[in-house]
Design a protein around this ligand. Structure first.
Ligand SMILES: N[C@@H](Cc1c[nH]c[nH+]1)C(=O)O
Length: 388
């Protein structure tokens, strides 16, 4: 018989972590900054719930979330519930239900925790992820796509994220092309995987009459204008052509609203959830592998056009300097309450001495205690002194 090792209270389930200061503070302040920028562009905040019925959340476009969803049984009704792995499908549901009669364009913002079964390999955040984003429901236009991207870029600039790249893709282009060229449905998924892996040899072998076109698409990736120029020279059937023109129109619209934004295009890349129906974007910090955010065009629960962008504050906070703590002031037992209140109003944190006998501790003990608690100042009576 083997003895189980003693259970450690520090042990957490795989993929779930405690976030301490300063990380937790940087993340929270980062979310607040993002939400402020979103609100300043008219994106009204909503707060969908953490859990929903499986049959609601995983219906329609939510079906693509099934593999990544933790399920829980409601002990009361015995119905299956899902912990949301993504907030966008909840907004898609709200837009078709309680917000169905709200004026369009409908602009909403949100933030909250989600839980995924398998986080992306490059991510250190684990299975509990944070999302903060915006959704723009109603218009189906390059200007709407451009708005979410430029608002997103502004939010990142406010956060102080250095050098970001917005990488644009058009996931429905290749499926439309394969369908229009009557490529056998059994070959399509293998071919799409080969394209996604950028495996030119496999694409050439599997692509049949489309090989040349697909290889040309594979090569038409890189800085936006250059990639679009290559794309424009590839002969495509009507639906695939329409998707590539829409990609070009979106880039042109983004250039108008955010001229300095670093944009790349990859017409054969597939990333993220599979509910997108048009232009998609992945946001990276230049030189880093993990995604800072993702977005794209999709249909709301009653097939209304929509697009959005979701940032990942838990990833973002690793790219910015830690949020500065407020200066800490130790309140000696005799500290003046009004002065302490004024210090808090001015942005200090005050740490009260928890002694029941106010005058028991001498000045030396107070100083030692202040230092032990990481305070830079001490308030005794109405006098605030800096510790050296
Ligand atoms: N919520 C999606 C991105 C998205 C927002 N709106 C549309 N798509 C994701 O995190 O991958």
């Amino acid at each position: 018989m083997t003895d189980d090792p003693p259970f450690s209270p520090a042990l957490l389930p795989a993929g779930f972590v405690d976030l301490l200061t300063p990380d937790a503070r940087t993340e929270a302040e980062g979310v607040a900054t993002l939400m402020r920028v979103f609100a300043s562009h008219g994106y009204d905040r909503v707060r969908p719930p953490l859990m929903e019925f499986e049959e609601t959340l995983l219906a329609g476009s939510g079906a693509t979330l099934a593999d990544q969803s933790f399920r829980v049984m409601d002990p009361d009704t015995r119905k299956m519930m899902v912990l949301r792995p993504d907030i966008t499908p909840q907004i898609a549901r709200m837009a078709a239900t309680r917000l169905g009669a709200a004026p369009r364009p409908l602009r909403v913002s949100y933030s909250g925790a989600c839980v995924v079964v398998m986080p992306a390999a490059a991510e250190e955040s684990g299975r509990q992820i944070m999302q903060a984003g915006i959704e723009l429901i109603g218009p189906d236009s390059p200007q709407a796509d451009a708005e979410v991207m430029s608002v997103g870029a502004e939010a990142l600039a406010q956060l102080g994220v250095p050098e970001v790249s917005f990488d644009l893709t058009m996931p429905p282009l290749v499926p439309a092309l394969l369908e229009e060229a009557s490529i056998s449905p059994s070959v399509r998924p293998v071919l799409m995987r080969a394209l996604d892996r950028k495996d030119a040899a496999a694409v050439a072998e599997l692509g049949g009459s489309l090989s040349e076109t697909l290889i040309a698409l594979l090569r038409a990736a890189g800085p936006a204008e250059q990639a679009l120029d290559q794309l424009a020279h590839i002969s495509l059937p009507p639906r695939a052509r329409a998707f590539s023109e829409r990609l070009a129109a979106t880039v042109a619209a983004v250039r108008k609203t955010a001229p300095a934004l670093r944009l790349t295009v990859d017409p054969v890349e597939f990333r993220g959830w599979k509910y997108h129906t048009g232009v998609c974007v992945t946001v990276f910090a230049v030189g880093r592998a993990e995604e800072l955010g993702r977005g794209g065009r999709y249909l709301s629960s009653d097939n209304e056009p929509a697009c959005g962008l979701t940032f990942r504050p838990d990833v973002l906070f690793r790219t910015i300097p830690p949020a500065q703590p407020c200066p800490r002031v130790y309140l000696a037992p005799d500290a003046d309450a009004q002065v302490a209140a004024r210090l808090r109003a001015e942005g200090h944190a005050t740490l009260a001495a928890l002694s029941s006998t106010p005058h028991a501790a001498g000045p030396e003990q107070n100083r030692a205690e202040a230092q032990r608690l990481g305070c830079s100042h001490i308030l005794s009576g109405a006098t605030c002194t800096k510790l050296d």
